[in-house]
Every structure is written in structure tokens, then in C-alpha cells.
Design a protein around this ligand. Structure first.
Ligand SMILES: Nc1ncnc2c1ncn2[C@@H]1O[C@H](COP(=O)(O)OP(=O)(O)OP(=O)(O)O)[C@@H](O)[C@H]1O
Ligand SMILES: [Mg+2]
Length: 271
């Protein structure tokens, strides 16, 4: 089905494909702002918290920021999902920095701290610890992150920490025992959704990448997709794709408002 839709509309690449090079990302306000702030956080070896709703573009903004770093001067330690717990995080830190994790937790924690310091002192590289989906971190784990940052955060921090997650993360960090971690946050940013003007340019951008530079969605179709997706990129992609499939089944050369209504009804029905 995907191939037939692609062929019918003359795409040379998958529409909304996820393997976009950093230079192919769309630079709407929230994306550019989040990427710039992540870079600031790294340059200042600070603790940063970037939040946004599901599919707001958090991981893509992180990718853009990381791609702009000098690889000779940074070591990015990326944890895609914190379900591995603190042990998993310390293991990852040690192995990413070339060590073999020690068995006992207490000595593993010390090993991770030492490895982070050595990366700066001996190799002149800033470690950047990124924990994606951080809203899944429990209190215990957030407190362990406080301990990790505790060592030298108050004087000269040897590394940057980025917690990326859904908006509940912000609320969680305000709670009692975590106030100490909350006070250490050097940067926080909540990614807003795209504006109507931004979604207009976002869809054009994705269509151009897929090989279509002429309009394929009518203005009222884009208006409706924008309103229904609330300007969130992943939701926008899904609804636009379903609208395109609806137009395809009627062999329409453009996606109009009625195809979009059908596409949205289909998305709601399958959700
Ligand atoms: N700057 C961008 N340029 C092009 N496409 C984008 C951009 N930002 C987001 N997208 C699209 O939106 C989708 C969702 O983005 P991303 O995975 O970054 O969201 P997220 O906020 O990390 O979501 P989740 O909460 O599920 O982790 C991407 O797969 C991509 O198709
Ligand atoms: Mg993500």
C-alpha cells in the first residue's frame, strides 16, 4: 500500500521518513530553540531539562544539537530509555568511556564518577549524559542523578546532563526530595507546538524532501490537519499520511478537505 501511494504521487523518498540527515530537519521555532539551548547546556556543562508532549520533536532537536558538536571535544553518552535503572546508566557511562563496569554497585558508582572526570582531565573531552524518556525515571533514580552531579556541580562540573521527557517530568522534579536536583537545573525548556505558519512550511519541507515541490495538500486540508494535530509534528505526520491515503483511494491528485476528514476519521478509528 505504502509503495502504491508513493508511486501514485511520484515521491522519490518516503514521505515523513525518519532517517533524515540533521541538515534535512525543519527549523521551526521550537526545534531551533531546543537545539540551541541543548548546545548552551553542553557548552556550560550544566544540567538541562527539555520537556515536550509526545511527538513534539524532542529527540529530533537533540539529534540536531548533537550533530553540531565537535566530536573531538565531546563524548555523548545517550540512554534512550531509563528502564535499565541506575545500574544500567552507570554501566553505560563506564563502557562508553572505555572501561569495564565493576560488579558492586557502590564501586561502580565511583568508577563512573572517576571515568567522567578522567574524560575531561586526560582526554580534554566533555562528557554529555543524555537520558531520553526521563519522565519514566523514578524518585530513586532522579536522586541518584543528583548524587552523580553532586560531586563537583557546585564548583566546576566536569560534564553536562540532559534530561529529556514528557511534561510530567517538570512536575515530578518539583516534589519534595527532588528540590535539590531541581535547584541545580541550569536550563529548562518546554517545547511548544508548531504555529499554523510553521506547519505550512513543515509540510512543504517534508514534501520537498520526498520529491514534490508543488502543493499536494489544499490550504483547508492543512488547516484541518494543523488544528487536529495541535501542531505536534508526529501527530501531524500521521494525520497527513492518512489523508493522503484517503485521497489515493479516490484517485485524487490533491489532498482536499474531504480526504482529510476521511483520513482523520480513519486515524481516530484505528487509535
Ligand atoms: N525538526 C523536524 N524536522 C522534520 N521532522 C520532524 C522535526 N521534528 C520532529 N519531526 C517529526 O516528528 C516525529 C516525532 O519527533 P521526535 O521523535 O523528535 O518526537 P519526541 O518529542 O521525541 O517524541 P516522544 O515523546 O514520543 O519521544 C519525527 O519522527 C519526525 O518525523
Ligand atoms: Mg523522543
Amino acid at each position: 500500500m505504502i509503495e502504491r501511494v508513493q508511486g501514485f504521487y511520484g515521491f522519490t523518498r518516503t514521505l515523513f521518513g525518519r532517517n533524515l540527515a540533521p541538515s534535512m530537519l525543519h527549523r521551526h521555532g521550537a526545534h531551533a530553540e531546543a537545539a540551541a539551548r541543548i548546545v548552551w547546556c553542553i557548552n556550560n556543562r550544566a544540567l538541562g531539562v527539555i520537556t515536550g508532549e509526545v511527538g513534539a520533536g524532542k529527540t529530533f532537536a537533540l539529534r540536531a544539537a548533537v550533530a553540531s558538536l565537535d566530536p573531538a571535544r565531546h563524548t555523548v553518552i545517550y540512554l534512550p530509555n531509563p528502564a535499565v535503572g541506575m545500574r544500567g546508566l552507570y554501566d553505560l557511562i563506564v563502557t562508553s568511556l572505555g572501561g569495564t563496569p565493576r560488579f558492586h554497585s557502590a564501586s561502580l558508582t565511583a568508577q563512573a564518577t572517576e571515568a567522567l572526570a578522567a574524560e575531561v582531565d586526560e582526554r580534554g573531552r566533555t562528557p554529555v549524559i543524555v537520558i531520553d524518556e526521563s519522565h519514566l525515571l523514578g524518585h530513586h533514580e532522579l536522586d541518584a542523578i543528583r548524587m552523580l552531579t553532586n560531586c563537583e556541580m557546585d564548583s566546576n562540573t566536569p560534564f553536562a546532563v540532559l534530561l529529556i521527557g514528557q511534561p510530567t517530568l517538570r512536575k515530578k522534579m518539583k516534589l519534595g526530595v527532588l528540590a535539590a536536583l531541581d535547584q541545580r537545573i541550569g536550563l529548562r525548556y518546554q517545547m511548544p507546538a508548531m504555529t499554523k505558519q510553521e506547519t505550512d512550511s513543515y509540510i512543504k519541507h517534508h514534501l520537498t524532501i520526498a520529491g514534490r515541490s508543488d502543493p499536494l495538500f489544499s490550504d483547508d486540508a492543512v488547516d484541518l490537519i494543523h488544528a487536529t494535530s495541535r501542531g505536534l509534528p508526529r501527530s501531524f505526520n500521521n494525520l497527513a499520511w492518512q489523508s493522503l491515503v484517503a485521497a489515493f483511494t479516490e484517485e485524487k491528485s490533491m489532498v482536499d478537505e474531504s480526504s482529510t476528514r476521511a483520513g482523520i476519521a480513519e486515524s481516530v478509528a484505528t487509535d
